[in-house]
Design a protein around this ligand. Structure first.
Ligand SMILES: Nc1ncnc2c1ncn2[C@@H]1O[C@H](COP(=O)(O)OP(=O)(O)OP(=O)(O)O)[C@@H](O)[C@H]1O
Length: 216
């Protein structure tokens, strides 16, 4: 079954065409890695796939989209803001409900952030902020995940931990990834972007690192 689709999609910034025409279908249960060199068009492609009106779509944007003045807890809670009414959300902002804290704490612990639950997002390191945006997507637990370089600020073992958490929660996902090893390990399918078009589209199991060299 189709989860996301683009047909003859194009994108441009001002007069400059940067992507397409491009056709891409993501099926349910399929995790797709978008790879390609910097500027190839991965973020632009993810933005074409993103439809904010879809409640079953979680997004980890490259700029993370955190509210710097709010706590880690509150930023993660944002993942389910739309599930509750204004009164509940306001009350939880002022005095967090135990059940929400109990749901969010283990997600952060898994990402190595147990001690930062009440830190303000603005006082975290880049890698910590990236994990808050990941925790928000885990908490949202939507049907489909779009993530733009979700582990770019993390080192080896931590990047793997975060990828494991994301892929255990989301079996349908499109992940922009710089790291080829992670792409081959965690995706079912690899889509290579070059010059604003799809230059490669293969099952990950059929690919080795050398097959992706032409994209760079
Ligand atoms: N806001 C913008 N205004 C003008 N051009 C843009 C803008 N955003 C992106 N571009 C251009 O569009 C092209 C594709 O950019 P995009 O960010 O999608 O690439 P990317 O593959 O995600 O790169 P990276 O891996 O560095 O994030 C690039 O040539 C870039 O310069």
């Amino acid at each position: 079954m189709e989860a996301l689709a683009l047909r003859d999609a194009r994108a441009s910034y001002g007069e400059t065409a940067v992507l397409g025409p491009l056709t891409l279908t993501i099926r349910r249960g399929e995790r797709v890695a978008l790879v390609g060199r910097s500027g190839a068009g991965k973020s632009t492609l993810l933005s074409l796939l993103y439809n904010p009106a879809r409640r079953d779509l979680a997004l980890v944007p490259q700029d993370l989209g955190l509210v710097q003045t709010l706590s880690v807890f509150h930023n993660v809670y944002m993942g389910r803001l739309a599930e509750h009414g204004t009164a509940y959300n306001l009350a939880n902002l002022i005095r967090p409900f135990r059940r929400e804290v109990d749901a969010i704490r283990p997600l952060l612990a898994r990402l190595g952030m147990a001690d930062q639950l009440w830190s303000r997002a603005g006082e975290l390191s880049g890698g910590q902020r990236q994990r808050v945006a990941v925790a928000r997507a885990l908490f949202q637990n939507a049907g489909v995940l779009l993530a733009d370089e979700p582990v770019s600020a993390l080192d080896g073992p931590l990047a793997v931990t975060v990828m494991e958490a994301l892929t255990e929660t989301y079996d349908t996902a499109v992940l922009g990834l710089h790291d080829i090893d992670l792409a081959l390990r965690f995706a079912h399918r690899v889509v290579g972007i070059r010059d604003g078009g799809i230059a490669l589209d293969e099952p990950a199991a059929r690919l080795g690192k050398a097959d992706l060299n032409d994209l760079y």
